[in-house]
Design a protein around this ligand. Structure first.
Ligand code: ATP
Ligand code: LTN
Length: 336
């Protein structure tokens, strides 16, 4: 964190499974790209993942693997801060105060809560309901200016802004109002099997997603199976041709080509050629990340040292905010 005046970024990803191409294009890839212009804090949101039942041993393993993957994508732990959410207890401390300043009605409107309640009707727990409050705490505790996320998180970002604005009105200027950074293209990569649904790492259909760790053959196979339409023409139309448009978005991300350029490139060619081309550019983008990932994950001591240092640096910033907030709301603080 070299320059004090640079704006600050905070973002997080849950260790609920191996990240997909959706996570990569919608979020993580941008995390790496934004590092040159911002001071960044990137977090593995392990506490958020507890809102859905997790296998404890698997959660521990995935938390370390995801940290290694973020390093492999190019997060620089010297210039920026990479940490695990539960290693910085201040997040949950702030979360309680914010929960007491958030209305039941506001939380009831969250679409993710409605979706996940429907998906796990046997476990509609309190954490699932207050999920956005903890996310607001994650962001506000660092006074983040910018939060790079995919489209599905924009509602949570809005509520974080509302909570911050309300708190500032009642207790005086305390929190920065965060802005979202949602990529113009690729903010919602769709499922390859059901292009009306978002690609999600916790989908039960393995053909619905490409994992960041999938090898080239798997990527080719999954792209070939991707649901398209019978029109046979590579043309961007989200409504009428969601499957093809989704593949075009992926192709555009990795080639830098516009939708018109892609349509021209594949004019008169069949979907077979197009799908293979999508698979090729995707594999070319992921292969170097995978090689780095293997190398980094083999050095558990290094990964853990990065996380330890990250947690210390994050806690230093976060503790100051909690202290300030506790004082503002009237919690008695004794002299140190
Ligand atoms: P889960 O399936 O467990 O709910 P997820 O795949 O939605 O997880 P998260 O950890 O919740 O992943 O999200 C991490 C980041 O990736 C967030 O910024 C989210 O908006 C983004 N993201 C997730 N899925 C997609 C997608 N299909 N397209 C673009 N961005 C996405
Ligand atoms: N809810 C986010 C993960 C997350 C997050 C954050 C993102 C937890 N805390 C703070 C941005 C800022 C998700 O992707 N499901």
């Amino acid at each position: 964190m070299a320059d004090e005046k640079r704006k600050r970024i905070l973002s997080g990803i849950q260790p609920t499974g191996t990240p997909t191409l959706g996570n990569y294009i919608g979020a993580v890839r941008n995390w790496a790209l934004l590092q040159s212009d911002y001071d960044c804090l990137y977090m593995v949101a392990d506490l958020h993942s507890l809102t859905v039942r997790q296998n404890p041993a698997e959660l521990r393993r995935r938390t370390r693997e995801l940290s290694a993957l973020l390093l492999a994508v190019g997060i620089d732990p010297k210039e920026h801060v990479l940490f695990v959410q539960s290693h910085v207890p201040a997040h949950t401390q702030l979360s309680w105060v914010l929960a007491c300043n958030t209305q039941f009605g506001e939380l009831s409107r969250m679409t993710q809560f409605k979706d996940k309640s429907a998906k796990h009707p046997d476990n509609v727990n309190g954490g699932l309901f207050t999920y956005p409050v903890l996310m607001a705490a994650d962001i506000l505790i660092y006074n983040a200016d910018l939060v790079p996320v995919g489209q599905d998180q924009t509602q949570h970002l809005e509520i974080a802004r509302d909570i911050a604005g309300r708190f500032n009105n009642i207790y005086g200027d305390t929190f920065t109002l965060p802005e979202g950074y949602v990529p113009a293209s690729g903010a919602k990569i769709m499922s390859l099997a059901e292009p009306a649904k978002k690609m999600s790492k916790s989908d039960t259909n393995v053909n619905s997603f490409i994992l960041m760790t999938d090898d080239k053959d798997t990527i080719i196979r999954k792209c070939k199976r991707a649901v398209t339409d019978s029109d046979g023409c590579v043309r961007f139309d989200r409504e009428q041709k969601p499957g093809v448009s989704n593949l075009m978005t992926i192709y555009g991300t990795f080639t830098g080509k516009s939708m018109d350029e892609i349509a021209a490139e594949f004019e008169g060619k069949g979907y077979g050629d197009f799908k293979l081309a999508v698979a090729e550019v995707t594999a070319d983008a992921l292969t170097p990340v995978q090689a780095e990932y293997g190398r980094i994950l083999a050095d558990k001591t290094y990964v853990d040292a990065v996380l330890k240092s990250g947690a210390e640096r994050a806690a230093h910033l976060a503790d100051r905010t909690v202290s300030k907030v506790y004082r503002k709301v009237g919690l008695l603080q004794l002299d140190k």
